[in-house]
Design a protein around this ligand. Structure first.
Ligand code: PEP
Length: 255
């Protein structure tokens, strides 16, 4: 045992209104057994508009699912129309915040610098960042995976202290595997996790690196989840499409 708590997270992206989100969590909780909750911590990441509803549901019905957000801004308050701050999320009972998802990087132009600022802001607001890193297909074909991951992880860990760093969750999500139905092989996922921990170790030492959790994400489903979770370097999964129905998400967790 490596002492790292497993974490299986559902990233709903821009899907499900608050009523649909409530129904999904209720059905998911109904499908899960106590032993599933003991096996791994489960987090759901609804759109901002459903956070309050899901917070109330989880608290009122004492559902042991953690609440997560998909994004945040790095400032605490002020003239940033349309943005949501880490302290606002913390007040809603959010525990995990996804930072630097490849869709944020590619569609909304988030740079490594922004991802680094957001990571720090999430830690400062007493929440846990799930920092997404991963290479594009072109970068993979050019055998740049290791260099890309190293660069992305360096940008984040160089800006946080060791205490903050050891609480980080990284999600290794090869861009070409996201939503494509083409997951990475388990050995590629393990290699990604190794590069992430080696980079953390360079800045904060081996002990901190051994505490950092690494999820795999990219076309995870009930047929491949088990193989990823069997790897000792992989501490959990970040699940997109297969977390959008209670049956599919429960099947991933129970796989
Ligand atoms: C994601 O968007 O984080 C993701 C992993 O998506 P999918 O599971 O659909 O590939």
């Amino acid at each position: 045992m490596n002492g790292r708590c497993r974490l299986i997270s559902g990233n709903w992206k821009m899907n499900l209104n608050h009523l649909e989100a409530i129904a999904l969590v209720q059905k998911l909780h109904y499908s899960l057994r106590e032993s599933d909750y003991r096996y791994a911590e489960i987090s759901v990441h609804p759109p901002f508009t459903a956070l309050r509803s899901i917070q109330l549901l989880l608290e009122t019905d004492r559902v042991p699912i953690s609440l997560g957000a998909q994004n945040t801004y790095f400032e605490t308050s002020g003239p940033f129309t349309g943005e949501v701050s880490p302290s606002m999320l913390n007040k809603l009972g959010v525990k995990y915040v996804i930072v630097g998802h490849s869709e944020r990087r590619d569609i909304f132009g988030e740079t490594d610098e922004v991802v680094s600022k957001k990571t720090k802001a999430v830690l400062d607001a007493q929440m846990i960042p799930i920092v997404c890193v991963g290479e594009s297909l072109k970068e993979k074909q050019e055998e740049m995976t290791e260099a890309v991951l190293t660069h992305q992880v360096e940008a984040v860990v160089s800006g946080v202290n060791s205490e903050g760093c050891e609480s980080l969750v990284f999600a290794y999500e090869p861009k070409w595997a996201i939503g494509s139905g083409m997951p990475a092989g388990a050995s590629d996922a393990v290699r990604g996790a190794e590069v992430i921990r080696a980079t953390v170790s360079k800045f904060h030492g081996e002990e901190v690196a051994s505490k950092v959790r690494v999820q795999y994400g990219g076309s995870v489903n009930s047929a491949n989840a088990k193989e990823f979770m069997e790897q000792k370097e992989i501490d959990g999964l970040l699940v997109g499409g297969a977390s959008l129905s209670s049956e599919a998400f429960a099947a991933v967790i129970q796989a």
